[in-house]
Design a protein around this ligand. Structure first.
Ligand code: LLP
Length: 441
């Protein structure tokens, strides 16, 4: 287990997160339950911003990639840490605005932003829109014209770096729906196009090479390609980029075999990027751009755990033992989608040695509804609490009401005190948008 000051097993064998005993959390809030450790989230936000402030003279901004976990509280935390956020939909934007997030520090992403979303972004004064299509540039130009404003934009480019991660979360390969390829000349053409737009101010570029990446080399290579592109534009078009956004993607620890990176060590990932930006700019005789990064997973991933109660237990002789829990693919679809690995603990008996290998199944009506198939646990009984670690990123945000199950509530813990940040759903919520036409009544 990747322990830290705010996540460890106490002498009673109970899992403690943010000073709260998971057994007490279950008594108070029930299961399934997402639990978030506020201190860890803040520490991660701060380590990135401090590194930029300390090591990069031109200055920079950390954006929390809010697709990893979006609810009002997380934007409030980002606001109080004085960092920015990125949003990828009208829904994320609305949530940020509702939480009082300063809109000038919001970056709007998306490979197919809807006309409505662009209008909403301009209406609330979103600081930067990251353009990912010619048609989108036209739409923003038109909406900006209507409002008599000039909109700051970045162009999403694709540096063509293949990061070692799951194919579904690679984004900068030649065959990608994201960005304009540097190598093919598409990026340069897009720059020429954006420079013809009177209502768009092209600040610079954005790239994101993928997610759950551990090799610094992939990021460093992306920097090299991006800066070479910047130099090429300066020479050819006389265009000086003033901002470079390198996206997110730093990996986290999920299970045995993953690298354990302490909060402070994440600073080293960023330092490697900063050093490369500095040296490449010097080599190409370029002014340093304002530097932006947008980590999501590494800020909230290890900060979050999910608590379940064991229900039915089924042992199929010679094949497998299933522990069924009161959650499943509706609160964590990542095993189904990416065969993601996790670490499970019996949160109320976490210091007992593992004695059996089990699969943890959800309660949905399909065989593939699993959290994983090879967990080593002490012999579990119905009623035991299972904690799945590192579920803070892309679990709640990808949850659904499949089988009309409730999306679990989320609590934020700090100094032993837990409070809801997402309330439990009710059956009324489940049928809220259903309509019975007259002829079916
Ligand atoms: N910026 C952009 C433009 C992105 O597309 C992403 C993630 C990030 C930043 C944040 O990347 P991170 O630091 O979180 O790796 N649902 C998948 C992950 C999809 C990532 C999508 N983009 C999963 O559960 O693993």
């Amino acid at each position: 287990m990747n322990t830290r000051e705010t996540l460890y097993i106490n002498e009673k064998g109970h899992l403690i997160i943010g000073g709260a005993d998971c057994a007490d959390l279950v008594n108070q809030f029930g299961t399934p339950l997402y639990v978030f450790d506020e201190k860890h989230i803040r520490d991660m936000m701060r380590v990135y911003q401090d590194t930029l402030d300390r090591e990069y003279p031109r200055g920079g901004l950390v954006l929390y990639a809010s697709k990893a976990f979006s609810c009002k509280a997380i934007y409030a935390i980002a606001r109080s840490e004085k960092i920015g956020v990125d949003v990828v939909s009208g829904g994320e934007l609305y949530t940020a605005v509702e939480a009082g997030f300063p809109t000038d520090k919001i970056y709007m992403h998306g490979n197919n932003k809807l006309p409505r979303e662009i209008a909403e972004a301009l209406d609330c004064g979103v600081g930067t829109i990251v353009v990912d299509a010619f048609s989108e540039a036209d739409l923003i130009e038109c909406e900006a014209e209507k409002r008599g404003i000039v909109q700051d934009v970045l162009l999403r480019i694709n540096p063509g770096v293949e990061a070692h991660t799951h194919a579904y979360v690679q984004t900068a390969t030649p065959d990608s729906k994201f960005g304009f390829s540097i190598a093919s000349g598409a990026a340069e053409n897009a720059v020429r196009y954006l420079l013809t737009k009177k209502r768009l101010r092209l600040k610079g570029f954005h790239c994101h090479i993928g997610s759950q990446i551990f090799e610094k080399e992939s990021f460093v290579l992306a920097v090299e390609k991006n800066i070479a592109f910047l130099a090429n534009l300066k020479n050819k078009l006389g265009f000086q980029a003033e901002e470079l956004n390198l996206g997110g993607g730093f990996g986290i620890w999920y299970a045995e075999g993953d690298k354990k990176i302490g909060v402070k060590e994440y600073s080293e990932y960023l330092s490697a990027l900063i050093e490369k930006v500095k040296s490449e700019c010097e080599q190409h005789n370029l002014q340093l751009p304002f530097l932006v990064i947008e980590p999501g997973r590494s800020i909230v991933g290890e900060a979050g755990i999910t608590l379940y109660t064991v229900g039915a237990i089924k042992e199929i002789a010679g094949i497998r033992k299933y522990l069924a829990v009161d959650g499943g693919m509706f609160d964590n679809p990542r095993y189904c989608l990416y065969q993601s690995r996790y670490t499970a603990l019996l949160a109320n008996r976490a210091n007992e040695p593992p004695t059996e290998r089990v699969a943890i199944a959800g309660k949905c009506c399909e065989s593939g509804d699993l959290i994983g198939i090879d967990f080593n646990l002490p012999k579990a009984q119905s009623g035991d609490i299972i904690a799945i670690l590192s579920t803070g990123a892309y679990n709640y945000s990808m949850a659904s009401n499949y089988n009309r199950n409730f999306i679990p509530p989320a609590v934020l813990v700090k100094d032993g005190k837990a409070e809801y940040i997402v309330k439990p759903q009710t059956y009324a919520d489940i049928v809220r948008n259903d309509v019975l036409p007259q002829h079916l009544k």
